[in-house]
Design a protein around this ligand. Structure first.
Ligand SMILES: C[S@@+](CC[C@H](N)C(=O)[O-])C[C@H]1O[C@@H](n2cnc3c(N)ncnc32)[C@H](O)[C@@H]1O
Length: 532
């Protein structure tokens, strides 16, 4: 989630000149260029972006960061001191002090730390400025998943940041990174690449990546980052959303667009230039046209829940008739007042009141009751009827959520093509990541399994409480006993007829398959069944 604005100024948004009707995406090639986007030529260019012409210089930066053990040093420092005091920061390596904590240090301290390049080389590449005997950092370098990502230090506050400031790693960057389906892709598109984090992560499982951004400054950072990380299979293109890739099809498209639903437009990387959630709508509607059959499109952002609508109402409408199956996963829900407060941030009382009035009037005018943040994953599956699924994220997400999402698509396909009668003949097995906490009580014959808590320990960490009979079915499932056998076991335990029990039992089995706790054996690629 992009950080809060600290003070909304008077709107200078291009959407002021754009009527609401005109902002609505149309089903033409215009769909790829959301109306109200910032004309690139009008973007004021702020400080010069990071820029190195020669490989020797890039290698020099890499060598200095490596010698500083930068990635491990940052991890150790942030782990030991999540909110470090000045003295704790002073104890870190000079490069960490400069490029992670944003502090200027004396040229004398900086010189040996920046070797093998000279101070002037770093200044020439716009990574530092030399002022009054001090080396002042101009970029922040954040480690993520073994990568180093340089971006602007200040990008979220309209008072301090230029409109073309390049965003650092935020909650939304990390959510999308964790939720991306990381199977092999021939061609991947990162829309709104910023400093290039999603493109760089995708480069390891893609033959080629195209990274698009309307902000030339962002592309300078992204290019530098790719070089710094030794990545050479990304093509960076300046342009408006899908415009530069017209006619190209992708196996994977990822996007973390500027999605804040706000009356103001001040910073390109954060503020959504269109009315309400029209930007994310236009991207979702356009995405299927750029996907290969079987290809996935994933977009993280905020969408509106209008008065009288369901929380997934907007995405459900957007993906209908697109030839895609879609799974919407809901994160946080904020009512309009909380949403406004969150993004207005800390202002003095009078300023806050004024801003709050403006935000609330805007949200009310658009009938926005709540704002939902979450992930929309689409898979192009043409030539058949498509399914739509909407779920909340589990309370806890672990690593590898993208793998769980991909598996979820497979499970939903299975459930769609398998009616209850056929399901009885199927075999299911427990996910290898399933853990069962059981409650046993003594009875005359020994122990009675009363109930159990099921918990997934990887990816989407769903949990479920089930009764003892169903728990026994989960424990006994596998290749040897089909779903019908499990149903008969439960019926005999409960002293009920299997026929009466079947609808409820099969609904529970379907739910456990949908949330990834039970895996259909027929989907296994290998003959190894963990549940046996
Ligand atoms: C929220 S940032 C995401 C940065 C990065 N992908 C990440 O996940 O951290 C959104 C990016 O969209 C870019 N952007 C804004 N308007 C755009 C447009 N009309 N076409 C292409 N990119 C745009 C911004 O410049 C910014 O880099």
């Amino acid at each position: 989630m992009p950080k809060k604005a600290t003070s909304p100024k008077k709107a200078t948004s291009p959407k002021k000149a754009t009527s609401r009707a005109a902002a609505r995406p149309r089903r033409t090639s215009q769909t790829t260029r959301p109306r109200g986007s910032v004309p690139r030529e009008k973007l004021p260019r702020s400080a010069p972006p990071v820029r190195f012409e020669s490989q020797k210089h890039i290698e020099g930066v890499r060598a200095a960061l490596k010698r500083a053990d930068y990635i491990r040093g940052v991890a150790a420092s942030t782990k030991a001191h999540p909110r470090p005091l000045a003295a704790e920061v002073q104890d870190t390596h000079p490069l960490i002090r400069m490029f992670f904590y944003g502090l200027a240090i004396s040229e004398d301290d900086a010189r040996p730390a920046l070797e093998p390049l000279a101070l002037e080389d770093w200044a020439g590449g716009n990574l530092i400025a030399l002022k009054g005997g001090r080396a002042v950092p101009l970029v922040r370098i954040e480690p993520y998943s073994g990568l180093l990502v340089a971006t602007d230090i200040e990008w979220s506050s309209p008072q301090k940041a230029a409109p073309d400031a390049v965003m650092g790693l935020t909650g939304s960057s990390l959510w999308l990174a964790n939720l991306t389906i990381r199977r092999q892709s021939r061609l991947t598109l990162d829309l709104g690449t910023g400093g290039g984090i999603q493109a760089m992560l995708a480069s390891s499982h893609s033959e080629r990546v195209i990274a698009v951004d309307a902000n030339a400054r962002a592309l300078d950072f992204a290019r530098f980052n790719a070089q710094l990380n030794g990545i050479s299979n990304i093509e960076f293109i300046e342009g408006e959303w899908f415009e530069p890739v017209e006619g190209v099809k992708f196996d994977l498209i990822v996007s973390n667009p500027p999605f804040v639903i706000s009356p103001d437009f001040q910073i390109l990387c954060r503020d959504n230039p269109m009315d309400g959630d029209d930007l994310i709508q236009s991207l979702v509607r356009a995405m299927p046209g750029y996907l290969n059959d079987g290809g996935y499109g994933q977009i993280f952002g905020d969408w509106a829940q209008l008065t009288g609508e369901l929380w997934a109402g907007h995405p459900a409408k957007w993906v209908a008739q697109t030839g895609c199956d879609a799974w919407v996963l809901r994160g946080k829900v904020k009512d309009a007042a909380d949403y406004a407060k969150y993004y207005i941030g800390d202002l003095d009382a009078a300023e806050f009141k004024k801003a709050n009035r403006k935000w609330l009037a805007y949200l009310e005018r658009h009938r926005i009751e709540r704002v939902i943040d979450g992930m929309i994953t689409m898979r192009r599956s043409s030539g058949r009827s498509n399914w739509f699924r909407a779920d909340e994220f589990p309370r806890r997400l672990r690593s590898g959520v993208g793998t769980a999402i991909e598996r979820g698509f497979g499970h939903r396909d299975f459930l769609e093509r398998t009616d209850d009668k056929s399901l009885l003949d199927e075999h299911v097995r427990p996910s290898p990541h399933l853990r069962v906490e059981a409650r046993l009580e003594p009875n005359a014959a020994g122990w009675d399994l009363k109930r159990a808590q099921l918990i997934l320990t990887e990816g989407m960490s769903y949990s479920a409480r089930i009764d003892g009979a169903l728990a026994r079915a989960v424990l006994n499932c596998g290749r040897k006993r089909c779903v019908r056998d499990l149903l008969n076991d439960v019926a005999s335990t409960r002293g009920q007829s299997a026929k009466d029990l079947a609808p409820g039992f099969l609904a529970s089995v379907r739910q456990l398959i949908a949330n990834g706790m039970l895996w259909p054996v027929s989907l296994d690629e290998s003959d190894q069944a963990v549940g046996d």
